[in-house]
Design a protein around this ligand. Structure first.
Ligand code: PRP
Ligand code: URA
Length: 211
């Protein structure tokens, strides 16, 4: 891969196992949501492996000792709507996280993102930002969302997705060479409608049961 550490494909038998169930057309909506959340937490675990920590004194029932905590709160930003289904489980890993929302949908005729909502916490520039969306297809949505975060002063953005297409990775890397991508899989290609092959179909529809 020509992207070095800026593309991290997280390998683990648990991820393979969950992802296979996620891809399966016969997996129910409820199970799909659970599994997407499971993989989301595993990816977020890896994506925050190197966040800045600080020492803090803690009193155990026995004595004082030194512990470690995040130096800055993590901020989590799902891209609506499918990102919500992905971020709910990730938020449970970071209960103190600030949460932002970016509403984008793909215009399916021109495959360009259309912005319809934005709400970002004022503290968002201070710490690591996990930008989350299950699918990186053409890259349009993730590129637009990362741009919006940078306009708000975010310097440490990490993009987390379930499945990425080679076309989207390349476009995203050109637009945001400083933003690492954490993904569970890099699939083969996009089809003529901008859907990932083999992929999982429409993530939002499968999460929210709007098929
Ligand atoms: C899906 C997905 C991404 C986007 C990826 O969202 O969740 O946001 O498509 O495609 P791209 O890389 O080509 O931009 P969609 O637009 O279907 O909206 P939804 O989340 O509301 O279903
Ligand atoms: N969005 C999805 O939900 N699935 C794809 O395969 C591509 C974009």
């Amino acid at each position: 891969m020509p992207y070095g550490t800026m593309l991290q494909v997280i390998k683990h038998p648990l991820i393979d196992h969950y992802l296979t169930r996620i891809r399966d057309i016969d997996t129910s909506c409820a199970r799909f949501r659970d599994l997407v959340g499971c993989v989301g937490t595993l990816l977020a675990y890896e994506a925050t492996r190197d966040v800045k920590q600080e020492e803090v004194e803690v009193q155990t029932p026995m004595e004082k000792c030194t512990g470690l905590r995040f130096a800055n709160n993590v901020c989590i930003v799902p891209i609506l709507r499918a990102g919500i289904g992905f971020s709910d489980a990730i938020v449970s890993l970071f209960p103190d996280a600030h949460i932002g929302h970016i509403g984008l949908f793909r215009n399916e005729d021109i495959l360009e993102p259309v912005e319809y909502y934005k709400s970002l916490p004022i503290q968002i520039g201070q710490g690591p930002v996990l930008l989350v969306d299950p699918m990186l297809a053409t890259g349009g949505s993730a590129i637009a969302a990362a741009k919006m975060l940078k306009e708000k002063g975010c310097k440490d953005i990490r993009f987390i997705c379930l499945i990425a297409a080679p076309e989207g990775i390349e476009k995203f890397h050109i637009a945001h060479p400083d933003v690492p991508i954490y993904t569970a899989a890099v699939d083969r290609q996009l089809d003529e409608n901008g859907y990932i092959l083999p992929g999982l179909g429409d993530a939002g529809d499968r999460i929210f049961g709007t098929l």
